[in-house]
Design a protein around this ligand. Structure first.
Ligand code: SAM
Length: 358
């Protein structure tokens, strides 16, 4: 006998999360930014609350989950900062959006393996509001209690995971995209007309209201030292170029990419490219000298990452593992097009990776 097999809300993703979002809507509409906040960070059912989201067995890859050599390069960069500061102890490393600690582990391993004095100076603080890692060398915090005298802030794919406002340009100007429930699925409705400086003349685009303030706050984590940020993004002119009519919002589910945020709700990543001009302006507002953007490809090659491949030529298995990893990390159509920016305070630049004009 056939049964009614309709999975109901489960067809749209995590049913508990879908129900919680519908409840919050209360029959009305919520801004897309709030929908994204709930989908990714709902206190119980948000996408990032569950471990295992990133990596081969998750939904997408990030550089630290490809191979530790990414973290080794960042570790060497941090040691450069430490040396420029006169090798202080303690030397704080803050990592906002540290995920389950892949980058932390690689940096700390590199320090221990390479320079025990540096390793002894490092205090590693990971800031993560989703599922956290368990490396005992890492101190997991919600935010720093006070600024460190000396240190570095490193963040990989943090800003592109912040909830964004979505706008659609109408004949009256950019209308904020709101999300409502029509009894069967989430649907978009037009909200208020906004004034957005430099907005594109047509199509859809995103604004990240949290990015500027968050970048400024991060720059204040250290009194003397550096900030190093890796993220998908463009300068504003490119981000909001007239030809880019569909914005940059993307969804990642089991290593496939698509553009529908209203399916796999709570079970897929949502991400939007960042405005690099805004991040650089935030660092400058905090009296940092800024460098970049460089592509991750340019940055890693400038640091000499290919040397990590050549160094293991005698071990063919490891050689091919590293070669493949470096190809992925520097792939111009993939992770290699991530942009890298840096800010320095109290030390002279340019820092490694930013010396040459791109
Ligand atoms: C795209 S993931 C990147 C994770 C890791 N950095 C990596 O490269 O594999 C973004 C991470 O930022 C975290 N995150 C987002 N907003 C945050 C916030 N306000 N405070 C702390 N962590 C946050 C998310 O929970 C998620 O783990």
């Amino acid at each position: 006998m056939p049964l009614d097999l309709d999975p109901g809300l489960a067809a749209l993703g995590n049913p508990q999360l879908v129900r919680a979002i519908i409840a919050e809507m209360g029959g009305g509409a919520i801004p897309f930014q709030r929908f994204m906040e709930l989908a990714l960070y709902h206190p119980e059912h948000g996408y990032y609350r569950k471990p295992g989201r990133i990596g081969r067995h998750g939904d997408f890859l990030t550089s630290p989950t490809i191979h530790p050599l990414f973290g080794w390069a960042v570790g060497a960069w941090c040691r450069w900062v430490w040396e420029q500061l006169g090798r202080p102890t303690p030397f704080a490393i803050f990592e906002p959006g540290a995920g389950e600690g892949h980058l932390a582990r690689a940096i700390l391993d590199w320090a221990e393996g390479r320079d025990p004095e540096f390793a002894a100076a490092v205090r590693y603080f990971a800031i993560e509001r989703g599922a956290r890692g368990d490396d005992p060398r890492v101190i997991w915090i919600d935010e720093p209690e006070e600024p460190a005298e000396a240190g570095a802030v490193v963040a990989n794919e943090f800003f592109d995971a912040l909830p964004v406002q979505l706008f659609e340009v109408t004949e009256r100007g950019p209308a904020e995209v709101m999300v409502a429930w029509n009894g069967e699925r989430f649907v978009e409705v037009r909200g208020r007309i906004a004034t957005v400086d430099g907005a594109p003349p047509a199509g859809r685009f995103e604004v990240s209201p949290l990015a500027y303030g968050t970048m400024r706050a991060m720059a204040r984590f250290v009194r003397r030292g550096a900030v190093l940020v890796f993220d998908y993004g463009y300068p504003r002119q490119e981000l909001w170029a007239p030809w880019r009519t569909q914005g940059t919002l993307l969804c990642f589910y089991r290593h496939t990419v698509h553009t529908d945020p209203y399916v796999h709700v709570g079970e897929q990543d949502l991400t939007a490219h960042v405005n690099l001009d805004e991040l650089l302006a935030a660092l400058e507002a905090e009296e940092m000298e800024t460098y970049g953007p460089r592509t991750q490809r340019e940055f890693l090659y400038a640091l000499g990452a290919h040397g990590l491949v050549e160094a293991v030529r005698h071990d063919l298995q490891e050689y091919f593992v590293r070669r493949r990893a470096l190809e992925q990390l520097t792939d111009s159509a993939g992770l290699g097009r991530i942009r890298v920016i840096a800010g320095l305070r109290g030390i002279g630049g340019p820092p490694p990776g930013f010396e040459e004009e791109p």
